[in-house]
Write a protein that binds this ligand. Sequence first.
Ligand code: AHR
Length: 505
Amino acid sequence: MPNATAVINLDIEGPRINRHLYGHFAEHLGRCIYGGFWVGEDSPIPNEGGIRLDVVEALRALDIPNLRWPGGCFADEYHWRDGIGPREQRPSMVNTHWGDVEENNHFGTHEFMALCELLGAEPYISGNVGSGTVREMSEWVEYLTRDGDSPMVRLRRANGREEPWRVKFWGIGNETWGCGGNMRAEYSADLARQYATYCRDHGDNKLYRIASGASDADYKWTETLMQQISCFGCEATPKNFFQGLSVHYYTLAGPWEAKGSATVFDTDDYYRTVAAARRLDRILTGHSTVMDVYDPGRTVGLVLDEWGTWWDVEPGTNPGFLFQQNTLRDALVASTHFDIFHRHAARLHMANIAQTVNVLQAMLLTDGDSLVLTPTYHVFEMNKAHQDATSLAVHLRGDALRRTVGDTELEILSASASVKDGAVLISLSNLDAEEAAEVTLDLRGRSVGEPSARILTAGRLQDHNAPGTPETVAPRPFDGLKPTDQGLTLTLPPHSFVTVSAPLA
Ligand code: AHR
């Protein structure tokens, strides 16, 4: 059996893993909001003020740190004033990006903020640059966050909310290179500066403004934005216009025109998916390297506010709704991504999976009153103690690390570790479709107490959960840990994700 050693120095601490790397994304797209988060107050599905309580309960168990809304592409045609006030009087619109369906605006600002409160998550609002105005965005910030007396404060109070909310994360447009306005980087950078200027900090509510950034490996876009981040020479102490810069990266097994099925795929498709997921590491390194030139002190955050797998929609569903199943393959993409995020913790401030319910790589799939936890959900749950933990470097060596697939050499083992509250958490993925791997955890610098472990795997990579079979892919206790002189040894089954935790002695 191939083997590997993971050397972890428990006493050499790396950067903090920002809890916002475990962030989420809810767009007015398909059944994410309507039917997913929102069923309305008159629904027989248990709800609080229209918000589905089974969804809230499932997500609370993940400690989700933030929720991005209302898009995505939808954000750049969303006009927030249409989504406030009595619901029956709100104007409707056509959601041209997603299915060309009518949007009744019943889920708007107050509903979103109530959802965040129920989830215990911070709001991340994505403002409209593509078809909105500077004034519109500026007034939305005022409406949400200003105290005292002002036109927007009076409007908010007339709609039933006395106190301002706290909103930190604010997106200045989305994919301005594409659905958000088809702009050039230079123009987008100028707009980011302009819009950011009028997104004011009201009282002690300090915004973290996120400029619309690159897709994939478009480092030139990042460079253009970083060159314009602050107004050098305008002021004695230049202040950054934006505090974060986004990037989007989706994992596909092939070209956009032939993404393939979520559940019907072969081993070649699987390894192409693994290679695509691994590519994110190089892409984050590329963007970070460019950012280091303009911001060597690393004050500006890289924000991967859309990531995840993107497959063909499930047969028979609306192509504009992006509804896809979620298998063990998706879970392994998620576990590999988190290892990459942890390694980039010094620059990566936030990441948001696309999307939380019923769209793309979802945590939860609903159908009427049924709710299923996906394999990806379980990775978020098994990894949640990494949130706000101190990262530990994992040095891997051995013959189980790589596998030659066709003419590509693939890294087949993935791992990361962190320490928090006196305990270490080690995440390990064996991405090999067929072979198990023996891994020795060589733990140095401190000793550990009684370890415990959990495993997420299934008979087949295509396995997934459904209403009648909700636990086909679910975490189970893993009792294969063997203490050795060096630390611990365990055998990772093929296509498995294992977490090991232990108190520091
Ligand atoms: O997540 C689905 C879509 O993907 C988002 O609306 C858009 O930003 C991206 O292209």
